[in-house]
Design a protein around this ligand. Structure first.
Ligand code: GLC
Length: 747
C-alpha cells in the first residue's frame, strides 16, 4: 500500500471511529433519557393527586424577593409533600436542614429543588449583565456564569433564576441592567453563553439549572415603568423579544420564568399562546415553566381571573408548571379537578417536567449532593474567582470620550483629586441582585486608584455630594480639592437601588445635585475625567460637551475599583462597546440603532422629515460605540461577489489597522439592511461581529461570510423567509461609523 493510500486508510479509520463515538454518545443520551422517564413514571405511579400538585408549589424562605403573600409555615407544606421547591434558602447547612425534612418526613421522600437569584455572581460578584455584554466576549461571559454556578452549587442551591434575557430599548426601565441590551442577535449570543456556563452536563455537582426570564417581552413596558403593560405586534414579538429565549432554549435552558406583565392583553403568566403554543409546542421545550413571584395570583389584579380558583385554572391551563409563592395551585387545583374544570393530565405533565429535572440533577440518587460544607468553604470567593471577575470587569469598561488623550493618566501627575459620591461607594460596586456578595469586600475606585497610582502621585478624595439629594454643603471642599490638584477624577452615577427590579426612572439625568457638582468642578478649569457608575444609559449631554474624558464604568462587582484603575493608569486599553444606545435627553427614549427609516427619513435641514424640533434623532452614543487608547482604521469593504446565489455564500472583508501607538482590541461589527421587502425593515441589523486584537501598526483582514439564511425576516404573512433583492452591508467599529457595500440575493 503506497504512502497516499496509507494516509487515506488512516483518515477513513479516524472518521469511522468519530462517527461511531458520536453514534455511541447519541445512543447513551437516548438511553439516559429513557432511564429518567422510567424513573419519573415509577415515582408518579406512587403519587396522590395532592402530592403531584405539591410538586407544582414553590415557597420562599423568609428572605423575600417580592411582596409578602402568605404567613404559612413553609415546612408544614414540605412535610406533607405539598412543596416541590423553595427559593431563597441558601447555604450547605440551611439547604441540608430543609432537604432532610422533605426526604425524611414526607411520605414519598421527594427531594426539594432550591432556587436563588444569581444574576451576576454568587459571592464573587461580577459586572452586572449589561456591563458584561459590553465586553462582547462570549467566552468570558460563559466563564463568569460557570464560576457563579460553582459557587452557587457549593452553597446547596440547584437553580438560578438567570439569565434574564429581556431585550430593552427603554433606559427608563431599571431592569435593563439585568439583561444584554437592545439587540436580539447580541442578546441571543449572551443568553446561550450564560446557559452554557450554568449548565454543563447537569449530572455533576457544579451545574445549576438555568432559568431564562421573563417570558416574554417584559422589557417592552409602556413608559419604561416596571410591571407595566406591553403591547407590541406579533412581528416585533418574533423579531425582537423572542430570539434570546429561543437561543436559551436551544442552548438547553432547563427552565423558563413567566413574566408579570400583560402582553397584548393577556398576562404573560396566563398566556397560552406564548407558553403552550410557542414555547412548548413550536420550540418543543421539555423543561418547566415557573411563574414569577406571585404572578399567577396577580391574574386577579390584571382582571382576567375573578378569584384564586380562576387564577390557578388560567395559570395551569396556559402552561405555567410551577407556581412561585402565590399558593393558588396547592389551594385550588384539587377542587378544580373534582369539578372537571382542569384536566388531570395537565397536572401530571407539569409534575413530570419538574421531577425530570430533579432526576437529571441526580437529587433522587443523592438529595444532599450540593450540601457539602467543606466544598462550600473551598470553592467560594477564591482568588481565582476574583481574578476572573477582574478580567471581565476590565473588558466591560467603555471609553466614551478621551479629548487630547487625557487618558491614560500621565504618570508624572503630581496630584489627582478624586471627587464624587461614587468614588468610595462599596454598595454601588455590587449593585442590586447582590446574591451573597459582601459589599465590604468590594474594591472601590478610591481603593483601586490608591493601589495603582505611582508613588509620586498624591490622591486626595472629597465626596462633593450624596448620590441623590439636594445638599450642596460639600461643594466648597470639593472645589478647593480640585483647585489644589493637577487633574480631577469625577465619580458620578446611580445608587445601588436605582437600577434593577422596580427602579424605573422618569429622568435619565444624573441624580441629585451631581451635575451641579460637575459644573462647579469643571468651572475650576482643571482637566476632568468622569467615571460613571450606573446600571442603565444616562442622559449625559452636558458632561459630554464639557468633560475631557468619560468612562462608562457600569456596576462592575467585587473588583470594580481595580478594573477601573487598570484602565485609568493604562495597564489595560479599554475595549468595551455599548450594548445599548445612550440618549441625548430622556425625551428621546426609546432610542435604538435598529429603527425603521419611515416614509420621511431624516435629512439634515429638510423640513418635512421625521425629527424633533429640539433634539437630534440620533443617540448621543450609539449601540456598539466604544473608544480605545489607540485608533483603528477600516479599509473599504471587499465582496467576493456582488450576487449571492440562493444556496451560495459570499465573503465580505475589510482590513483593519491599528493606526495608533498602543496595542488594542476592536469589535468589528457586521450589519445588514434589507433595502426592499414586504415589510419595513430596520436601517441596520447586527448579524455578526469579531473582537480582534491588533498590535500598534498591525493590520488584519476581517472576514464575514454572508449566507441567505442570515437575510431571513418575517414577511407580510409572518413567514420567516429570505427574499431576492438588494441588501446593504455595513462593517464598522460601531453601528454608526461604518463602511458600506451592496449585494443582491438572486432568485
Ligand atoms: C422577582 C423578579 C424575578 C426573580 C423572582 C424571584 O420579583 O421579578 O426576576 O427571579 O422574583 O426572586
Amino acid at each position: 500500500m503506497n504512502h497516499k493510500s496509507k494516509i487515506g486508510a488512516i483518515l477513513s479509520l479516524i472518521l469511522f471511529c468519530s462517527v461511531l463515538t458520536k453514534a455511541e454518545n447519541n445512543s447513551k443520551a437516548t438511553l439516559e433519557k429513557k432511564r429518567i422517564e422510567q424513573r419519573v413514571d415509577s415515582v408518579m405511579r406512587l403519587m396522590t393527586l395532592e402530592e403531584k400538585i405539591g410538586q407544582l408549589n414553590q415557597l420562599s424562605s423568609s428572605e423575600k424577593t417580592g411582596p409578602e403573600l402568605s404567613k404559612s409555615n413553609n415546612m408544614d407544606y414540605v412535610r406533607k409533600g405539598l412543596c416541590g421547591s423553595m427559593l431563597n434558602v441558601v447555604g450547605a447547612e440551611m439547604t441540608r436542614k430543609a432537604q432532610e425534612i422533605a426526604v425524611n418526613e414526607s411520605r414519598l421522600h421527594i427531594p426539594l429543588l432550591f432556587g436563588y437569584d444569581v444574576i451576576h455572581g454568587f459571592k464573587t460578584i461580577f459586572p452586572v449583565p449589561l456591563a458584561e455584554t459590553a465586553s462582547w466576549d462570549m467566552n468570558l461571559i460563559e466563564k463568569s456564569a460557570r464560576i457563579a454556578a460553582i459557587e452557587t452549587s457549593a452553597s446547596g442551591v440547584h437553580w438560578t433564576f438567570a439569565p434574564m434575557v429581556d431585550i430593552s430599548r427603554d433606559a427608563r426601565w431599571g431592569r435593563i441592567m439585568e439583561g444584554a441590551g437592545e439587540d436580539p442577535y447580541l442578546g441571543s449570543l449572551v443568553a446561550a453563553a450564560r446557559v452554557r456556563g450554568f449548565q454543563e452536563q447537569l449530572n455533576n455537582n457544579t451545574d445549576i439549572l438555568a432559568c431564562a426570564k421573563h417570558f416574554v417581552a417584559y422589557g417592552a413596558a409602556i413608559g419604561g415603568r416596571d410591571y407595566n403593560s406591553t403591547d407590541i405586534s406579533e412581528r416585533t414579538l418574533y423579531e425582537t423579544y423572542l430570539p434570546p429565549f429561543k437561543a436559551a432554549v436551544d442552548a438547553g435552558a432547563a427552565t423558563i420564568m413567566s413574566a408579570f406583565q400583560d402582553l397584548n392583553g393577556i398576562p404573560a403568566s396566563g398566556n397560552e399562546f406564548t407558553l403552550r403554543k410557542i414555547l412548548k409546542h413550536d420550540w418543543n421545550f421539555k423543561g418547566f415553566v415557573v411563574s414569577d413571584w406571585g404572578s399567577v395570583g396577580e391574574l386577579i389584579n390584571h382582571g382576567v381571573a375573578k378569584d384564586r380558583k380562576e387564577a390557578a385554572k388560567m395559570g395551569l391551563n396556559s402552561g405555567v408548571d410551577m407556581e412561585m409563592c402565590s399558593l393558588t395551585y396547592v389551594d385550588e387545583l384539587a377542587q378544580l379537578i373534582r369539578e372537571g374544570l382542569v384536566k388531570k393530565e395537565l397536572i401530571s405533565n407539569a409534575c413530570r417536567r419538574i421531577l425530570r429535572m430533579k432526576f437529571k440533577l441526580g437529587l433522587f440518587d443523592d438529595p444532599y449532593k450540593y450540601c457539602d460544607t467543606e466544598r462550600e468553604k473551598n470553592l467560594i470567593f477564591t482568588p481565582q474567582n476574583r481574578q476572573a471577575s477582574l478580567e471581565i470587569a476590565r473588558k466591560s469598561i467603555v471609553l466614551l470620550k478621551n479629548e487630547n488623550h487625557i487618558l491614560p493618566l500621565d504618570k508624572n501627575l503630581k496630584s489627582i483629586a478624586l471627587i464624587g459620591p461614587l468614588a468610595d461607594a462599596k454598595p454601588e460596586m455590587i449593585g442590586q441582585w447582590p446574591g451573597k456578595g459582601e459589599e465590604d469586600k468590594a474594591v472601590t475606585l478610591f481603593a483601586g486608584l490608591k493601589s495603582h497610582l505611582p508613588e509620586n502621585t498624591k490622591l486626595v478624595y472629597a465626596k462633593g455630594c450624596q448620590i441623590d439629594d439636594e445638599n450642596e454643603s460639600l461643594f466648597d471642599e470639593a472645589i478647593q480639592t480640585a483647585k489644589n490638584a493637577d487633574l480631577v477624577i469625577l465619580a458620578l452615577g446611580e445608587g445601588k437601588m436605582m437600577s434593577g427590579e422596580n427602579t424605573s426612572r422618569s429622568n435619565l439625568e444624573l441624580p441629585g445635585v451631581q451635575l451641579d457638582l460637575a459644573k462647579a468642578i469643571i468651572k475650576t478649569g482643571k482637566p476632568v475625567v468622569v467615571i460613571l457608575t450606573n446600571g442603565r444609559p444616562l442622559a449625559i449631554s452636558w458632561l459630554n460637551s464639557h468633560a475631557g474624558a468619560i468612562v462608562e464604568g457600569w456596576i462592575l462587582g467585587t473588583e470594580a475599583g481595580n478594573a477601573l484603575a487598570d484602565v485609568l493608569v493604562g495597564n489595560i486599553n479599554p475595549s468595551g462597546k455599548l450594548p445599548v444606545s445612550f440618549p441625548v435627553v430622556t425625551g428621546q427614549v426609546p432610542v435604538y440603532y435598529n429603527y425603521k427609516s419611515t416614509g420621511r427619513p431624516y435629512v439634515p435641514n429638510e423640513q418635512w422629515v421625521t425629527k424633533y424640533i429640539d433634539c437630534p434623532n440620533d443617540a448621543l452614543f450609539p449601540f456598539g460605540f466604544g473608544l480605545s487608547y489607540t485608533s483603528f482604521t477600516y479599509s473599504d469593504i471587499k465582496l467576493s461577489d456582488s450576487k449571492l446565489q440562493p444556496n451560495g455564500e459570499i465573503i465580505a472583508s475589510v482590513d483593519v489597522t491599528n493606526s495608533g501607538s498602543i496595542d488594542g482590541e476592536d469589535v468589528v461589527q457586521f450589519y445588514i439592511h434589507d433595502m426592499v421587502a414586504q415589510t419595513t425593515r430596520p436601517v441596520k441589523e447586527l448579524k455578526d461581529f469579531k473582537k480582534i486584537r491588533l498590535s500598534a501598526g498591525e493590520t488584519k483582514q476581517v472576514v464575514f461570510t454572508i449566507k441567505p439564511d442570515e437575510l431571513r425576516y418575517y414577511d407580510a404573512n409572518m413567514n420567516f423567509i429570505a427574499e431576492p433583492g438588494d441588501f446593504k452591508i455595513f462593517i464598522g467599529t460601531n453601528s454608526r461609523d461604518c463602511k458600506e457595500a451592496i449585494f443582491s440575493l438572486e432568485k
